[in-house]
Design a protein around this ligand. Structure first.
Ligand code: IDP
Length: 137
């Protein structure tokens, strides 16, 4: 089942020089390919659309500030069961709880600054791809 998923390498990953490492891990999964890749600064409107479900939660405002604190790398990854697969590579939200070997488990300590976003379902992927890459067929 070939799918597409939206991945964001968050500002901490860009600042810390980890984008090559993270993209490399994704690229090395057999059969997965990059359908889009862009370094960009996210504006407030895009961030509100993307993280709207978390509005009102205590971590929402700091998250928005963090996500606007520097450029992110937005990418679309395509391939077999890629939605579930990139989530597995990323590890759970809390990097301390994430297993070593996962991206968050290997490089993160702070829940907010957990390096990577990846769509969590087919529905989310469809919604998020439209926000970040509306022109992608
Ligand atoms: P996910 O990115 O693992 O899917 P979500 O629950 O969708 O996790 O949360 C979105 C992002 O908000 C997380 O990746 C993390 O950066 C931040 N976040 C979530 N929960 C907390 C929290 O309890 N404290 C601080 N930041 C949080």
């Amino acid at each position: 089942m070939s799918q597409r998923t939206l991945v964001l390498l968050k500002p901490d990953a860009v600042r810390r020089g980890l984008i090559g490492e993270i993209i490399g891990r994704i690229e090395r999964k057999a059969g997965w390919t990059l359908a889009a890749l862009e370094l960009r600064h996210l504006d407030q409107e895009t961030l509100e659309e993307h993280y709207g479900e978390h509005k009102g939660k205590p971590f929402y405002e700091p998250l928005m500030g963090f996500m606007a604190s520097g450029p992110v790398v937005a990418l679309v990854v395509e391939g077999e069961r890629v939605i579930e697969g990139v989530r597995q590579l990323a590890g759970p939200t809390d990097p301390i709880a994430a297993a070593p070997g996962s991206i968050r488990g290997d490089y993160g300590t702070i829940v907010r600054e957990n390096l990577i976003h990846a769509s969590d379902s087919e529905e989310s992927a469809a919604r998020e791809l439209k926000i970040f890459f509306p022109g992608l067929g």
